[in-house]
Design a protein around this ligand. Structure first.
Ligand code: NAP
Length: 247
């Protein structure tokens, strides 16, 4: 039986690296993204070049109707299959100091980073529960573990992902479904470049990271790959940082 892995936000950055790594592990990839078709096609090409398989599944993770429509189609086309791996990776930042933050900025960031987790996971775990196996990895952030200025909305969503990981892990453990979170520090992607615009100078200083460098998307992907493997059967409800000893 094929092992299917749904990666949200898989067109670029960390999600792309995770999709490629899980494809190398033998998973058939369902590659979600919001709107960047060109980057998603490029990820698919990279997966296929590495001998893997991927299909594109665009939807906005903050829109439950869009998620359900995409997954309804997929399940109708694959009546005997289920999604064994779910990586809730899609995320955005919309940084602003609290004094100036508009309600829309708060809601948009919470909708994508946190509510997206709920909508996608709620839909996908049915198959895992029925099949008594599954892997869920939530991509949290160092911002959910410690505070950065201008990121109150993002910290709210990413710290909530830590709580939901622990709670859901206890619910799903009897069904042999593990739920873990990965909390990256600064990783070289479009998002890090976007966030850096708002960061105070001392936080932008590479010397503030004990390893004196940003992380690479591939380094996050290796960790996710391990958590999704059979070797991680007894690891659940954990929050694993990957941040060059920054926290
Ligand atoms: P990125 O390079 O900006 O890529 C974001 C990805 O999320 C893209 O694939 C994007 O799709 C997708 N996306 C955005 N909004 C979406 C939505 N509403 N529905 C579906 N997909 C959506 O970001 P990244 O740096 O790789 O970040 C990946 C995850 O790691 C995020 O959860 C982020 O919070 C977390 N993280 C990142 C860092 C870092 O330093 N980079 C640190 C800690 C945690 P499109 O291409 O279609 O826009």
């Amino acid at each position: 039986m094929k092992r299917y892995a749904l990666i949200t936000g898989g067109s670029r950055g960390i999600g792309r690296a995770i999709a490629i790594e899980l494809a190398k592990d033998g998973c058939a990839i369902l590659l979600n993204y919001k709107s960047n078709h060109a980057e998603a096609e490029e990820t698919k090409r990279l997966i296929e070049a590495a001998g893997g398989e991927a299909e594109l599944m665009p939807f906005d993770v903050s829109q439950p109707d869009a998620i359900n429509a995409a997954l309804d189609n997929w399940f109708a086309a694959h009546p005997d299959e289920y999604i064994d791996v779910l990586v809730n990776n899609a995320g955005i930042v919309d940084d602003e100091i609290m004094l100036l933050m508009e309600p829309e900025q708060w809601h948009r960031v919470v909708d994508v980073n946190l509510n997206g987790f709920f909508y996608c996971t709620r839909r996908v775990i049915e198959g895992m529960v029925f099949n008594h196996h599954g892997r869920i990895v939530n991509i949290s952030s160092i911002s959910g573990q410690t505070g950065f200025p201008g990121m109150v909305n993002y910290a709210a969503a990413k710290s909530a992902l830590i709580g939901v990981t622990k709670a859901l892990a206890t619910e799903l453990a009897p069904k042999h479904i593990t739920v873990n979170a990965v909390a990256p520090g600064m990783i070289q992607t479009d998002m890090a470049r976007q966030s850096a615009e708002y960061m105070p100078e001392h936080l932008k200083d590479i010397n503030s990271i004990p390893m004196r460098r940003l992380g690479k998307p591939e380094e996050v992907a290796y960790l996710v790959s391990f958590l999704c493997s059979n070797r991680a059967d007894y690891i659940s409800g954990q929050i694993i940082g990957i941040n060059g000893a920054a926290f």
